[in-house]
Design a protein around this ligand. Structure first.
Ligand SMILES: *Cc1c(COP(=O)(O)O)cnc(C)c1O
Length: 704
């Protein structure tokens, strides 16, 4: 018994469990009810489970499973035959340090807001799987990102439940004497202190800096309360903590990374701290800049100028005056590093410019985004033509083990030894697919859809209960008995992501009458599931949510169009595995990559997307559908009208008929052909194993 508890604790202390299906199931089986209540958090589960329940569960079968998982974990942790050992042995030695303002690893660790964080989480997991010596750096946000509720008017309400270190698999970072390690750095005129927590993500470590300690003045304790919380001043403080604090932490721990990878510009102040160290060694500013750039790489994620982090000259002066004096850096030299126009040091300081100036390599996150970024930043390289601007691209991917439903994984594993070997290449995927009949594939789809419908029913019951609109939704009008509004027999479209306005969540509602006909077609109906959070300051995004909620309450859409509150990694996992079609209609070219559509492939879902981000690279005419062909218009109004028309027309003429076209066994043969094509062309390419290998070989390895 003691032995079992020790093993469970060991597994709970490393987030590896979150991408091992059997490990996840162990915790769930321990107490299915509690597992839901603690938001799938094994540390909390083990803290709160009663001894009686524990005893009752730890029967022979459970013990065997536990031992199997525990052995697999130990083997994983000590593996020496990884991809990196074989292909990039240099990268198993000095670590790659990967800085990101957010990491989306699991729904129980709420230090992320959206796609950027999910990408960082998937990146660190793949780096671990591939055997890179890899360290992440971020902040410990006690209040995380908000929990979303909708009030009766469909308006988003934010709540910030606290998360406590003892509820998470966090280890306090200590010094050689076992005392809390405290680092100190300068913000404005103050000395600020931070402690650090370590999160084990497989073989990788993720350090989370935390200023919430008594040594700090109270306004500096709050720096890392919330993900992207507060005003510009809070923002710059968070970025100083992340960048400069992160380097101070490495110094204190005696870690010297081979490469610093900045995931988006938020962490770019790290280059200043590296610069200061070189200046202290006696280098000139020019020499120091060269030395720093030779160790930094930068990934940009923002295809519109306004989206980039910028700080006013005054704010820069206020925040860095003392720091610069301490380190012998002239204020104008600092401003030049972040100036879009080096002749004008009175403009704003742009974090992306700083990062570009002090990196040896930079990249966008899809082929299209690479092109857009080169054009956008060409003015920084006046001697260079747009296609030679030194910004390359590495297309984003997803961490397949994290994004595969248990059922899906077991399904494929009947025909292959692992999802990794199935997705090693399109050919490998095709050879697995060749062993699967249409009947089997369709059965898998049906099962996954039913699982989603069950989830939606339970989730919605809760949600509507506190919205006080319970009865009108989940009851059969005629009999007043409980009824799941959604059906696995109906073509199901999913749309879930952050409600940034450029993603145009309500586009499909542009013509309500047309949508009414589509949704309520007598023989070919459609149902739609929405989910997503608007940033707390983004009222236009909140209006989009409200607009959808108001529409879904119209009698013709009642129970056919659904909005699920509080989108997070857990809700995402449910949705991406169950829907037939994943809708994505951003304003092109504002979606740098997008990754949610990549998550559906192995589950047999199909993408229906504006040709933006990763989709133009992946779309081959047969593995999903495109909304238009990238036509661009002068006004948003014209663009919306055009894109909505394309959306409706493709739905009506192509997608819906293909789904409902059945053979004599009720199998949609033409549809499944597309599903097969999508699995073979998307899963083997748009994953983070491929992505991290690209970063490793093209960016992390020292160029000789
Ligand atoms: C994958 C994911 C995203 C990214 O979605 P996009 O459509 O690429 O913007 C955002 N949030 C969560 C919770 C996700 O799982």
């Amino acid at each position: 018994m003691r032995q079992y508890i020790a093993e469970l604790k060991k597994l709970s202390s490393n987030l590896w469990w979150s991408w091992d299906t059997e490990a996840k199931e162990l915790f769930k089986e321990l107490s299915p009810l509690l597992w839901e209540r603690v938001n799938h958090n094994p540390v909390e589960l083990l803290r709160h489970i009663s001894n009686d329940e524990l005893l009752a569960r730890l029967n022979c079968e459970f013990g065997e499973k536990l031992e199997r998982v525990s052995k697999r974990f130990d083997a994983y942790m000590s593996e020496t035959g990884t991809w990196a050992h074989e292909h990039t042995p240099e990268l198993t030695r000095d670590p790659i340090a990967y800085f990101s303002a957010e990491f989306g690893i699991h729904e129980s660790v709420r230090i992320y807001s959206g796609g950027l964080g999910v990408l960082a989480g998937d990146h660190i997991k793949s780096a671990s799987d591939l055997g890179l010596n890899f360290i992440g750096v971020s902040l410990f946000y006690r209040e995380g990102y908000f929990r979303q509720y909708l009030n009766q008017d469909g308006w988003q309400v934010e709540e910030y439940p606290m998360q406590y270190p003892e509820s998470l698999p966090l280890e306090k970072v200590t010094d050689a004497d076992g005392k809390d390690l405290i680092i100190s750095f300068t913000i404005a005129q103050s000395e600020v202190h931070a402690q650090a927590w370590c999160l084990n993500v497989g073989r990788a470590k993720l350090y989370l800096l935390d200023t919430n300690i008594p040594a700090n003045e109270s306004h500096y304790r709050d720096i890392c309360s919330r993900v992207y919380g507060g005003d510009q001043n809070m923002r710059i403080n968070q970025e100083i903590l992340l960048g400069i604090g992160g380097i101070k932490l490495f110094n204190a721990l005696g870690i010297s990374p081979a490469v610093y990878h900045m995931n988006e510009g938020h962490s770019a102040f790290l280059t200043l701290e590296l610069l200061a160290a070189r200046l202290a060694e006696g280098m000139s500013l020019e020499e120091a800049k060269k030395a720093v750039s030779s160790t930094c790489v930068f990934t940009t994620h923002t295809p519109v100028p306004a989206g980039h982090d910028r700080f006013s000259r005054d704010m820069m002066h206020y925040s860095f005056d003392r720091y610069l004096r301490e380190n012998g850096i002239m204020f104008d030299d600092l401003m030049r590093l972040g100036a879009e126009n080096p002749e004008d040091l009175h403009g704003q300081f742009t974090m992306t410019v700083l990062a570009l100036n002090l990196s040896r390599a930079a990249n966008g996150v899809s082929k299209l985004h690479g092109e857009v970024s080169r054009e956008m930043w060409q003015h920084l390289y006046p001697e260079t033509s747009a296609d030679e601007v030194p910004i390359d691209h590495v297309t984003n991917g997803i961490h397949i083990p994290s994004w595969s439903a248990g059922f899906t994984e077991r399904f494929w594993k009947r025909h292959t030894d692992s999802l990794e070997s199935m997705t090693a290449s399109p050919e490998a995927a095709e050879s697995v697919l060749a062993q699967v009949s249409d009947e089997e594939l369709w059965c898998m789809r049906y099962r996954l859809k039913r699982n989603l419908m069950d989830f939606v029913y339970r989730y919605l019951s809760n949600q509507l209960f506190h919205q006080h609109v319970y009865t009108s939704y989940l009851e059969d009008e005629s009999s007043k008995s409980p009824k799941n509004p959604l059906s696995p027999d109906v073509l199901t479209i999913g749309f879930a992501r952050r409600f940034a306005t450029y993603k145009r969540a309500p586009l499909i509602f542009r013509d309500i009458e047309r949508l009414t006909r589509i949704v309520n077609h007598p023989t070919m109906p459609v149902q739609i599931i929405f989910s997503g959070k608007a940033h707390p300051h983004d009222d236009a995004g909140k209006q989009f949510i409200q607009q959808i909620v108001e529409n879904m309450r119209l009698p013709q859409f009642k129970g056919k169009i659904i909005f699920l509150e509080n989108y997070n990694l857990g809700v995402a996992k449910r949705m991406i595995s169950g829907v037939d079609v994943w809708l994505n209609n951003p304003l092109r070219p504002m979606e740098a990559s997008g990754t949610s559509g990549q998550k559906i492939a192995l589950h047999g879902g199909l993408n229906f997307s504006v040709p933006d981000g990763w989709w133009p690279e992946a779309y081959n005419g047969e593995n999903g559908w495109s909304i238009g062909h990238g036509e661009q218009f002068d006004t948003d109004e014209e663009q919306d009208r055009h894109d909505a028309e394309q959306l409706y027309a493709t739905l009506e003429n192509k997608i819906i008929p293909a789904y409902y076209e059945r053979d004599e066994n009720n199998i949609p043969v033409r549809w499944l052909k597309k599903v097969r094509n999508a699995i073979a062309t998307i899963a083997p390419v748009y994953n983070t194993h491929r992505m991290v290998k690209e970063y490793a070989t093209r960016f992390y390895l020292e160029r000789k």
